[in-house]
Design a protein around this ligand. Sequence first.
Ligand code: AHG
Ligand code: MN
Ligand code: MN
Length: 331
Amino acid sequence: MVQFEQTFENFIMRHQENYNRSYHFLILMDAIITAATRIELYYRTGALKDNLGASGSTNVHGEKVLQMDEIAHNIVVHYLNSSERIIQAVSEESEEIITMNMDGGRYFIYFDPLDGSSNVAHGLPVGFMFGIAKRNFEGNIQGPEDFHLRAGNEFIASGMFVIPTGMFTLALRDAGCWRFHADETNTYVKPTRIILPKDTEKWELSFNSANTYTFGENVQEWIRENEKKFTFRYLGALAGDFHRLLSNGGMFMYPAILNHPDSKKNRPQGKLRLMYEANVVAMMCNEAGGAAVNEAGDSILDIKPETHHQRTTLYVGSKPMIEEITKILKK
Ligand code: AHG
Ligand code: MN
Ligand code: MN
């Protein structure tokens, strides 16, 4: 059967037209799509061309950098730079903020070029995740106040590609969360609006259960009382785990690690990065009708970042579940 699917390009151009928005965002999205397509290409042939191993260096978080981390980072930086639309970029793989087009740029972008590094050696799904905020055009547009790191509630868009599956999800501020599929020609097509299912039957729980006994007492108690109600799913790549969650509902969490037998492994601030992991999924979840909070039970999107690589604890998913865990966390 011949199918005539709407393309992502057409969808996003219509969106800009309907909301009376600029063509600049189209140029930026084109750069992001091109970068994702290139990452996907390198990833698919990664084992074949010996690109899945370690690069030999360590990143700002003290983690071993993989060749694919570097390749993905370089690809994204190249296309973002070429778009000439980015003022500054924050990448998981760069200690410094990357300045691109200070005068003519229009957007700030925060990205994780390759999320889920432990899957790389196996060629299993990874992610490319990004959040976008816009230059403040009111007032003094050149002032330093305009270059502050933005809270998630100031993002105009956030999205993620699950690589190499050809799935792309994009949240547009106040305009929903949308999923696209790469077709045979690598064109993203078929916009489908994502709304978290109300039907609790499908809901899943996703967290690294090896860490359970290191969580706070309140969280451990909630797990003991509730875990039997759910199926567990954990891929070890936030992008992939969250992709499932958007379809099935439930909750993904990366709580604070407080009681690790090796105290050096405690992570009271959690593991995930606020700007390019937690905020990205929190915005998508919010647009899909869900919510996201941190260990204090406060909304992830309201956190005012202090540093660009700061970490946060994360509880994200279906609203009733996040409301329930918020009560526990606030106790
Ligand atoms: P990254 O590979 O970009 O460093 O991110 C990995 C993150 C996230 O994708 C995943 O949900 C989490 O780390 C997995 O951590 P654990 O191995 O501790 O479960
Ligand atoms: Mn990551
Ligand atoms: Mn990464």
